[in-house]
Design a protein around this ligand. Structure first.
Ligand code: PLP
Length: 478
């Protein structure tokens, strides 16, 4: 050990410097491990950079990545402009839902390589018109997208659409076919959605008389790219595995009390695989010890924490959590109390009591998970020591279609089975599970893992909410 230490300490300074310059960023290391998974296979890697800064895109570019995917026109436009000088060979893929009125803007983007999500003849006609107008001499590549959950083309329509592009759109080149795959099939091997996409390509190639190898199959993301490649993918779109978790949900941080009164304005609108719009604020009142507010769609919860204070009624060496809920909802109260007690380091607070006062201001589904999240934020704001920042989520299972919906607004369909979970991600510990309705053992296992997986998407949001609440208080040491 000592010899080793001496050896290291005697290394010349320049060696250390050159070592540092050889150090890769996390993004570049992640990129290397994704490439290792693709090694030896002729599959293109499209790095999906949505919600991540242009700086991260540049890091990948400097590590020889050229193809990048973005979902939102404005975000793509901004990054394309920021990077057009430093990354001249970049190739952008638009992979978000196409809105007709944004098509001229999409066509004007620097270094646009392919639009992967063309769903209808209406889209194609609009692209054709916009491209003819800017006199583009290169053909825009499109993939017809088969995204049934988001209203994409059906298999039959995708084939027809391909023929339409070939016959009617001289400014457009058909590049291939893409699918995201449905949420419920995402863990299946083989994945039935990928099977369908491969058959769409085959049918098109026969009808149009073009070779299979000239048509791409864009399928496979971070969690299912191995399956997709085994099923013939030629282009995978990988985000999380390269750039880390996205703050999928754009939360509002600067919520004032006046804003909170405008309760009617937030909406329950969402897509099946995402959460409703969410806002959270850690620390709402100046004078109260700990407080937090959360909105998930139209569900709104405010929490105040009082304590720790010494309580003669708590005889044990561990502290005690007492929860009050404004509504007469006893079941929620008991479950909330047990979840909160599991996240607080109660051994550090002997003979002390915490009051967690929860006010459900408006109910529109997912109350228990919203209460758990808001309570955690209020406890952090009160400087109470937690084992970990919890995440929580509410999903439903629809037995007829055997499908899941994330964070549904109420009222729920009558047959829906409702599942709420909360967990401490770093400890890999569940602190709350509630299943309302009858599920088989296999189904409940699947439901719990689905709910946990999606709840984890809230972790960066929770973290950021906490950090931003302490950034305004320079005296606080985290
Ligand atoms: C976000 C996104 C991806 C990347 O997903 P990850 O799970 O982060 O790899 C791929 N394709 C589309 C269409 C996307 O919207």
């Amino acid at each position: 050990m000592i010899a080793c230490f001496r050896f290291v300490s005697q290394l010349p300074f320049w060696y250390l410097r050159s070592f540092q310059s050889r150090m890769l960023t996390t993004t570049q290391t992640n990129l290397d491990s994704v490439r290792a998974q693709l090694a030896g296979k002729s599959v293109r890697l499209v790095a999906v950079s949505k919600y991540h800064p242009a700086e991260s895109v540049r890091e990948c570019y400097e590590h020889n990545q050229r193809h990048f995917g973005e979902n939102y026109v404005q975000e793509l436009e901004e990054k394309a402009n920021q990077l057009k000088d430093t990354c001249p060979e970049i190739k952008w893929h638009f992979i978000g839902q196409v809105q007709s009125n944004k098509i001229p803007k999409i066509c004007s983007i620097n270094n646009l390589f392919c639009v992967e999500t063309v769903e209808s003849e209406k889209h194609c006609a609009a692209f054709e018109k916009a491209l003819a107008k800017i006199n583009s001499d290169s053909q825009l590549k499109v993939n017809t997208s088969r995204e049934h959950q988001k209203g994409g083309a059906s298999p039959e329509e995708a084939v027809e659409l391909g023929l339409y592009v070939n016959n009617e759109c001289p400014h457009i080149e058909l590049n291939g076919f893409m699918t995201i795959g449905s949420v419920e099939n995402s863990d299946k091997i083989p994945n039935p959605d990928f099977v369908v996409l491969a058959s769409v390509r085959k049918e098109f190639s026969e009808k149009a008389g073009v070779s299979l190898s000239s048509l791409e199959l864009s399928m496979g993301m971070s969690t299912d790219m191995d399956t997709a490649i085994k099923q013939g993918s030629t282009s995978v779109r990988v985000g999380t595995a390269i750039f880390g978790m996205r703050e999928l949900i754009k939360p509002q941080w600067s919520l004032s009390l006046q804003d909170m009164k405008k309760v009617e304005e937030s909406s329950d609108e969402k897509q099946d695989d995402s959460f409703r719009p969410i806002s959270m604020k850690c620390g709402v009142f100046e004078d109260s010890k700990g407080s937090a507010y959360i909105e998930m769609g139209k569900t709104k919860v405010l929490v105040e924490v009082d304590g720790p204070r010494e309580s003669p009624s708590v005889a044990s060496q561990r502290g005690k959590i007492t929860v009050t809920v404004n509504e007469e909802n006893l079941r929620i109260r008991a479950q909330l109390e047990s979840a909160i007690s599991a996240m607080v380091h109660l051994d550090k607070y002997p003979r002390a009591e915490f009051m967690v006062n929860v006010s459900i201001l408006s109910s529109s589904g997912g109350e228990l998970s919203a209460c758990i999240l808001a309570s955690a934020l209020a406890l952090v704001h009160a400087h109470v020591e937690l084992f970990d920042i919890p995440v929580a989520g509410h999903v439903i299972f629809l037995p007829q279609t055997k499908s899941f919906v994330i964070d549904p607004p109420s009222p729920l369909p009558p047959s829906a089975i409702s599942i709420t979970v909360a967990l401490l991600p770093n400890l890999n510990q569940l602190i709350c599970t509630r299943i309302k309705g009858a599920l088989s053992v296999a189904e409940s296992r699947e439901a719990l893992s689905f709910a946990c997986k999606h709840s984890l998407r809230l972790y960066p949001v929770m973290r950021k909410s906490i950090l931003s609440s302490f950034q305004n208080q320079p005296k606080t040491v985290l």
